[in-house]
Write a protein that binds this ligand. Structure first.
Ligand code: B12
Ligand code: SF4
Length: 385
């Protein structure tokens, strides 16, 4: 039995985790596996073909892959699964796949992914839980995975030999009944094996207690992320930042995602950015993408328009760092004086005093405070060295 695993040719920062788990599953059954990216002739004729998918807007490379392998091996069953397939089953079925799988495959969930298929990759990606008990309208997680479930209370067996970092993909790890055991194990791994921990999907600020903050402070984390999706969680965000910094984690190593272009207004968005910078953390604006969108950045929220979105995109390019806003002096002063979105995010005129100041202050402070740069790189997942 030979199983062909296909990652379509879309951009991804991470290896195709679902396929790597499926690879381990088939190997346990004695099959051989082959992982390819895009449309390429495999080394051997397969008996089964698994194609994965990711964001809904990356559907075209998925269709291309399905057609390529279906044409090449017309009698072999081509299965399609992953995020796009789960969110948009009917659309995915039009690709020509013989079967569209929605949701997770329970039988592969507790297997160590076959990382030997991606030898250049050096981190173990772990989901200690699936699902989430909240039902935020803009989120796919509760729709695909349901309530919090399949919670693990141990993770060491999921760390691949030689990996020096752990990336947690839990949607809301603090909801897990086992979060304490997991955190204690992470502390142990951090302290004994110097393993770095990345809570990649962020932590729920509403669930951050002193106990959580204390445990976090004992791990090797480079940054902690929260989400400030609407003003109702302002107190929770401020309190979580305060607790974490009280236990020794630096405020500038806390990043806060700020959803915009959803049901918010531009002024409301500006205020949330200002709150985050005032609290000393890094603001990370996140443009809303509808769950069933087939085009990235195609959506314009009811209180936004294209000009405002473009204006903000330019501002973050010029005055942000890789799109995020650290609380640097020029920005803090500017936001303090601004009454709303237009004033805050109006692009400084070319060669104007403002722009010169923006650049000077900005780059100088980043050069001076190297750890900001490091922290930001972590937020941007560019370099975890
Ligand atoms: C990690 C992650 C990221 C990473 C990048 C992921 C990557 N690979 O490059 C980062 C942090 C960068 C990120 C960013 C964003 N993300 Co994101 N992200 C995720 C997350 C947690 C996992 C995605 C992933 O890679 N999974 C790997 C998959 C395919 O493996 P798996 O699901 O474990 O696979 C199982 C099953 O799917 C199945 N399976 C998989 N393949 C196959 C194939 C076959 C044949 C079969 C049978 C089964 C099968 O079996 C597996 C084992 O059970 C999901 C949430 C979630 N819980 O899934 C959101 C998610 C995909 N992200 C989402 C969003 C909205 C975003 C952002 C747009 C946020 C923003 N506003 O900026 C950005 C977009 C970035 C960009 N420009 O492209 C949405 C997707 C919405 C959509 N319309 O597609 C999700 C679903 C989260 C949500 N809250 O709704 N994200
Ligand atoms: S808390 Fe996070 S994971 Fe849970 S439904 Fe809301 S956005 Fe999704």
């Amino acid at each position: 039995m030979h199983v062909l695993l296909v990652e379509p040719e879309y951009y991804s920062r991470y290896p195709p985790l679902g396929l790597l788990k499926i690879a381990s599953y088939w190997r346990e059954k004695g099959a051989s596996v082959e992982l390819v990216r895009g449309c390429v002739p495999p080394d051997r004729e397969p008996n089964q073909i698994y194609i994965t998918s990711l964001f809904t807007w990356a559907w075209e490379p998925v269709w291309k892959a399905v057609r390529y392998y279906k044409n090449r091996f017309p009698s072999i069953r081509v299965q399609l699964g992953g995020i796009y397939a789960s969110i948009m089953k009917e659309h995915a079925a039009l690709s020509g796949a013989d079967h569209v799988q929605t949701g997770v495959l329970a039988e592969v969930e507790d297997l160590v992914p076959a990382y030997d298929l991606v030898p250049e990759w050096d981190a173990s990606i772990i989901q200690t839980s699936r699902g989430c008990n909240r039902r935020c309208p803009y989120c796919a997680v509760w729709r695909i995975e349901g309530k919090i479930k399949s919670t693990k209370n141990k993770i060491s067996h999921l760390i691949y030999p030689g990996h020096s970092r752990i990336i947690l993909w839990d949607n809301n790890i603090l909801q897990s009944p086992n979060w304490r055991e997991i955190f204690d194990e992470l502390i142990c791994l951090s302290q004994s094996k110097r393993i770095k921990v990345d809570f990649n999907q962020g932590l729920d600020a509403r669930l951050v207690t002193d106990e959580v903050a204390e445990k976090l402070s004992k791990m090797q984390t480079s940054c902690i992320r929260f989400a400030y999706d609407n003003k109702s969680v302002r107190q929770n965000i401020e309190s979580a930042i305060e607790k974490i910094s009280r236990f020794g984690l630096r405020r500038r190593h806390i990043g806060v995602y700020i959803l915009f272009n959803c049901m918010d207004t531009p002024d409301d968005f500006f205020e949330r950015v200002r709150h985050v910078l005032d609290s000393g953390a890094v603001a990370m604006p996140l443009r809303y993408q509808p769950l069933d969108t087939l085009k990235y950045n195609g959506h314009v929220g009811p209180f936004w328009d294209k000009e405002k979105l473009e204006q903000f995109a330019k501002f973050r390019r010029v005055c942000g760092f890789g799109g995020v806003f650290p609380p640097y002096k020029w920005l803090l002063e500017r936001f303090d004086k601004s009454q709303g979105f237009d004033e805050a995010f109006g692009l400084p005129q070319r060669n104007s005093l403002l722009q010169t100041r923006a650049h000077k202050d900005y780059y100088e402070s980043w050069r001076r405070i190297q750890d900001w740069k490091t922290a930001s790189n972590h937020f941007l997942a560019k370099d975890w060295g």
